[in-house]
Design a protein around this ligand. Structure first.
Ligand code: URA
Length: 236
């Protein structure tokens, strides 16, 4: 975001006031004085100061990650690498946590924040937030499976799933599908396929509510969410 916008948002006056502060060489970004209001800053990672005062732009951080396999969705683990290990120390200092869980071998869209309220809203079963996954399946997925998923099916432990929308993208000895679910039970997608006698061999979350995984985000990479992405999460 622009430096002048950040300072104005933080209450350092109007754009004109901010211009004056900049002109007076009071503002530094990562210990270098800058007078350029259009200078691009990363509010969560850059050290921005007005005089001796550090500008803490955000109380909360909101990150979108393309989770790679091999990492657990937890803040700490005795034996496994966690998704927090993929963040630099300056972001870990904000104490983010993953919103909801993806299995260790699952890839794709994972949000990390230190905003407990948003985390709660997004994982609350009452909110019915839909999630979309792409999966590869060992086995021939059929229209009869589509119907069983749509009707809701009984998992091995007796739990009846809510209706899920299954779309067959490719079917054969192995199949590719997209599934929309609105609940997040442990191993949900894998257990749903197990219930119809098939095995998930690859799973990737591509969407939560209205928020799509940024297709340019490489596996293991993360970025700050944009304001419009955050709006999408807050609305649904
Ligand atoms: N369903 C699963 O089985 N695993 C995940 O990681 C997410 C949904």
């Amino acid at each position: 975001m622009r430096l002048d916008k950040l300072l104005a948002n933080k209450g350092y006056g109007s754009r004109k006031d901010v211009k004056n502060i900049l002109k007076q060489k009071k503002v530094s970004v990562n210990n270098t004085i800058t007078k350029d209001g259009s200078f691009h800053v990363e509010p969560t990672t850059d050290l921005i100061k007005v005089g001796e005062e550090t500008v803490h732009y955000q109380k909360y951080i909101y990150l979108m990650m393309n989770k790679p396999p091999g990492y657990v969705s937890a803040t700490k683990d005795d034996s496994e690498k966690t998704v927090l290990d993929l963040l630099p120390a300056n972001l870990q200092n904000h104490h983010p946590f993953p919103v909801g869980r993806l299995d260790k071998d699952t890839e794709g869209l994972l949000l990390l924040t230190n905003d407990g309220e948003l985390g709660h809203q997004l994982t609350s079963p009452k909110k019915d937030i839909s999630k979309i996954y792409f999966a590869e399946i060992d086995g021939h997925v059929t229209e009869s499976d589509v119907k069983r998923f749509a009707d809701g099916l009984k998992l091995k432990d007796g739990y009846h799933t809510k209706p899920a929308t299954l779309r067959i993208l490719a079917a054969g000895e192995s199949s590719e599908i997209e599934i929309v679910i609105s609940e997040g039970k442990y191993h949900q997608v894998k257990r749903m396929f197990a219930a119809v006698g098939k095995r998930v061999t690859y799973l990737k979350r591509v969407r939560i509510g209205q928020l799509m995984l940024d297709p340019t985000l490489e596996l293991g990479h993360y970025r700050e969410m944009t304001d419009s992405e955050l709006d999408l999460m807050v609305r649904k």
